[in-house]
Design a protein around this ligand. Structure first.
Ligand SMILES: Nc1ncnc2c1ncn2[C@@H]1O[C@H](COP(=O)(O)OP(=O)(O)OP(=O)(O)O)[C@@H](O)[C@H]1O
Ligand SMILES: [Mg+2]
Length: 554
């Protein structure tokens, strides 16, 4: 690149060029705009090779058209006539140089025959230009960024010195164009990211791990957390403190295990946060890990979404379902009024009878204390029986929040059967039970599980209503299903499932009965599923249907 320095003038010129090159590269490094740098290049070349005009045209991003780069000394009408020309063989010397990726020298435009289709030579000659040398500006990847051209008022052929000058400045132009393009692409992508991060409702964040430092957190953080982003940047552990105390340990533990690579490969967790004013919000957070070449985690980036509204809707739904289940339970129990009245009346009658007997024994002469005591004891026993029935009823009527405890499922079912027994007898239905002995307790809500059984028994009794040609029976069984579940089945010899859609019967409002609401099975299924079990129906061998569900053992 350096010019052979044979005499002082040459050496001075070489030094001046070196200084110019340094100055241009500094402009690139300082981030001067591309057009400023290209203008400076042109002016430098124009002063160095006197009598020439210099221009830079760029190839547009699609690679098909010429764009303006710089031409500080050429007339505007000349420049505008070149801009927008297609990058091909025919539209002009710069287009051709860019098209071929080769230098194009036209030493005398008056005799030039190329580019006639676009009438380029007459246009240049009209501007007083008689020679043009155009050199492609290559990118580091080998594509052509544009062309660097020198024009003269007289016919001219490049000397070695000219060629060295062109080579040197083409190289600097290439650096200037590429760095400007990279910078603007970066700016654009940063701008795009920022616009997205600023407008989306979610919080986007990036945290470095060692040391723990928040590198970025989008502004939505302030809205959702009620804390400033600056406060978070100052103290990266702040987000831990904002997690609801009941969720904190679980979330931090999970995160630590995930980063350590002991857990799932994807971070996906829901938790509550407490805002400074005490408000609670639900957050759904997802994240990805970035690792270094050795596989050690370095960065965590993620998105946190405020799902409070969804959680509230879910809670509302849950409450509504509980309310509905309660109403349905009351309705079901209403159907059993006769049976329940009988259950209470029987022991009450026995209490009265035994009370009378006790009085008679005491009034006898002499009083028979032994017999009186026995009658009193029987009265107490029967009174207790009535109280028990009332107690069970109250349990079923109470609108208690779901509470999962350990439930003796056989015992819970026996309670329900006590309430239904007389009603079933009145309908001449034989009730059988086959309970699995020594079962581990079920984990669940006793009243809800009882409601499922009650719904199935009422359905079974209703399915037996029109059956006269065979024994009417309902069998309730409990049996170990697998290591962790018990299977509870209610089967009947009723009309069976011939006329029903086996999946739709579990949907709300599906009913085949005139007075039915179609809610029984849908409530039963939602209860069973909220216990982590399954409820399904199968035809019973012979006649009738079996409805069965699983429930988790402790
Ligand atoms: N044991 C059964 N035998 C035959 N069909 C049944 C049995 N249990 C339920 N079905 C069918 O499934 C339908 C839906 O039952 P579900 O308990 O959901 O509603 P319903 O009994 O009709 O009304 P509700 O229970 O709300 O008073 C019933 O209408 C009936 O057609
Ligand atoms: Mg029903």
């Amino acid at each position: 690149m350096l010019v052979e320095t044979t005499d002082v003038a040459d050496r001075k010129r070489a030094e001046a060029l070196l200084a110019a090159e340094k100055q241009l590269l500094e402009m690139v490094a300082r981030g001067h705009s591309m057009s400023e740098i290209l203008d400076a290049i042109c002016q430098l070349v124009e002063t160095t090779a006197s009598g020439c005009y210099c221009s830079v045209v760029l190839v547009d991003p699609s690679g098909t058209r010429l764009e303006h780069g710089a031409a500080p000394s050429l007339p505007v009408s000349f420049v505008t006539s070149i801009i927008g020309r297609p990058v091909n063989e025919d539209s002009g010397p710069c287009a051709l140089a860019a098209y071929l990726n080769e230098q194009v020298i036209s030493a005398d435009l008056t005799t030039e025959t190329r580019w006639a289709a676009y009438e380029w030579c007459p246009m240049a000659l009209a501007h007083g230009l008689k020679a043009c040398w155009s050199t492609p500006i290559p990118s580091t990847t080998g594509t052509v960024l544009g062309a660097f051209a020198l024009y003269f008022n007289e016919p001219a052929t490049p000397t070695l010195l000219h060629q060295e000058l062109i080579e040197q400045f083409t190289h600097i132009a290439s650096i200037a164009i590429e760095s400007a393009r990279t910078r603007s692409a970066l700016q654009e992508s940063e701008e795009r990211f920022r616009r997205m991060a600023d407008t989306i409702q979610d919080v986007i964040w990036i945290t470095s791990l060692d040391p723990e430092r928040i590198l970025y957190c989008s502004p939505s953080f302030e809205r959702i957390w009620g804390l400033s982003v600056e406060a978070l940047l100052r103290n990266p552990r702040l987000w831990r403190d904002t997690i609801h105390p009941d969720d904190r340990e679980r979330v931090i533990h999970r995160l630590a295990r995930w980063i350590a690579g002991e857990d799932v490969s994807y971070h996906d967790v829901e938790f509550r946060i407490v805002q400074p004013d005490g408000q609670i919000r639900w957050i759904h957070e997802r994240g990805v890990l970035t690792r270094d070449e050795r596989g050690a985690p370095t960065l965590v980036s993620g998105i946190s979404t405020d799902i409070t509204a969804r959680k509230q809707a879910e809670e509302g739904l849950h409450e509504m379902r509980a309310a509905l289940a309660h109403v349905a339970r009351a309705a079901t129990l209403g159907e059993l009024t006769a049976s329940i009245a009988h259950e209470v009346n029987q022991p009450l009658a026995a209490v009265v009878m035994n009370g009378n007997a006790c009085l008679r024994w005491l009034n006898a002469a002499p009083p028979n204390i032994g017999k009186a005591r026995e009658a009193a004891r029987r009265a107490t026993h029967e009174g207790q029986r009535a109280a028990d029935v009332i107690g069970r009823l109250q349990g079923l009527f109470r609108r208690a929040e779901t509470a999962k405890t350990e439930v003796d499922i056989n015992d819970a079912i026996a309670d329900v059967l006590t309430l239904a027994r007389t009603e079933l007898q009145r309908k001449r239905i034989v009730l059988r039970t086959e309970f699995a002995p020594s079962l581990r307790p079920v984990v669940g809500d006793r009243v809800q599980l009882q409601q499922v059984v009650l719904n199935l028994i009422i359905n079974a009794a209703e399915a037996l209503a029109g059956v006269d040609d065979r024994p009417r029976d309902i069998t309730v069984t409990t049996v170990r299903h697998d290591d962790d579940h018990v299977l509870i089945a209610v089967s009947d010899s009723g009309i069976g499932l011939g006329g029903v859609d086996l999946e739709r019967i579990f949907e709300p409002f599906y009913t085949k009965k005139n007075s039915g609401m179609g809610m029984g099975l849908s409530i039963a299924r939602s209860i069973v599923e909220s216990h982590g079990g399954r409820l399904w129906a199968t035809p019973r061998v012979g006649a009738g249907a079996t409805f069965q569900f699983t429930a988790p053992l402790s």
